[in-house]
Design a protein around this ligand. Structure first.
Ligand code: TA6
Length: 310
């Protein structure tokens, strides 16, 4: 089974405008709540593909209940820890319809109580088994220090499950110490982690290889609409997505990870796993929401994804 852990989930509010104009009254054309928070998106992909998974993490209040209901409506089995008198945060995504590009405004979220952290650890111990994959995506809320984050990663390691991480900044720096099976940094996250100035892909490949040598089996560097570089000790893939008109890029990285995890969990080869990941992420980019994708469109996009050995 796959367990996804979202420590700081988010209820997303997509706000559609023609074009965001400074110092003006920007009239919204439409607004739509959606599922946010990163590892939640991975669970959506897994469930859409009929792969057994549980979504857990920390929720609160009416927003948390709405978010869980939205996920259960899409077939996700949820088992979140609930903190009373606290409200799961909202992320505001401004989607422009006259030009590509979105603006995302994310709330910090509530301060997580110590007993909630202990309850989450107990839950992880009770639901994770050694043959599972565990996806921990997103940042940490206030109340969860890097030390506590490290304890959660160590807990998964002790169980013997495969750790898959998608995070940034100090969480990513901590995560690589745990030698996860897979990490999926984007370009900015990798450059910050390794204090890189370069944007040369050849340089990136060398750095990814060093991360492989440090014990990280798969490093998937996301380059946004330019595609990705997938590195293991034995191989390096450069993947180019189809050209599309991007409607809302929010959630693409998370759906990409969901696609890769789904295929790897089923034992797919690396090339096919990340071909699928790229195709489903492309489908997501064409959609107006943050968690929407079409498996039918994904199958079509699979034919247009270019994968080559570097
Ligand atoms: O990656 C997309 C997304 O999960 C959005 O759905 C929105 O919830 C945002 O990221 C939250 O980002 P954060 O880094 O604050 O967890």
């Amino acid at each position: 089974m796959v367990v996804t852990i979202t420590l700081n989930p988010s209820l997303d509010l997509n706000i559609y405008v023609d074009k965001l104009r400074k110092n003006q009254n920007n009239r919204t054309k439409n607004m739509k709540y959606d599922i946010g928070g990163k590892a939640t998106h991975v669970s959506l992909v897994l469930s859409a593909l009929g792969i057994e998974n549980i979504a857990t993490g920390i929720m609160g209040g009416n927003n948390g209940e709405v978010l869980i209901q939205m996920m259960e409506n899409r077939g996700v089995k949820c088992d979140f820890v609930f903190q009373e008198n606290s409200e799961t945060r909202i992320s505001y995504i401004i989607v422009q319809q006259e030009e590509e590009g979105t603006y995302m405004l994310t709330e910090r979220g509530f301060v997580v109580d110590e007993e909630i952290i202990e309850e989450l650890k107990r839950k992880i111990r009770s639901i994770v088994n050694k043959d599972d994959m565990v996806v921990i995506s997103g940042g940490v809320p206030d109340g969860i220090s890097i030390d506590i984050y490290s304890q959660i990663l160590s807990l998964v390691e002790e169980i013997g499950a495969k750790l898959i991480i998608d995070t940034s900044r100090e969480c990513l720096a901590e995560a690589i110490k745990h030698k996860p099976y897979l990490i999926k940094p984007n370009e900015a996250e990798l450059k910050e982690l390794l204090k890189l100035e370069c944007t040369d892909e050849g340089e990136y490949v060398k750095e990814l290889k060093q991360l492989n040598e440090q014990g990280i089996e798969i490093v998937a560097l996301s380059l946004g609409d330019k595609g990705s570089i997938i590195s293991t000790e034995k191989s390096t893939l450069r993947i180019i997505p189809p050209n599309i008109v991007q409607v809302n890029d929010t959630g693409c990285g998370d759906v990409f990870l969901g696609g890769a995890v789904s295929m790897l969990y089923k034992g797919s080869e690396l090339k096919e796993a990340f071909r699928f990941a790229t195709a489903i992420s492309t489908s997501k980019a064409e959609k107006g929401g943050t968690s929407e994708f079409s498996l039918e469109e994904t199958r079509e996009f699979m034919k247009e994804v270019v994968v080559y050995d570097v």
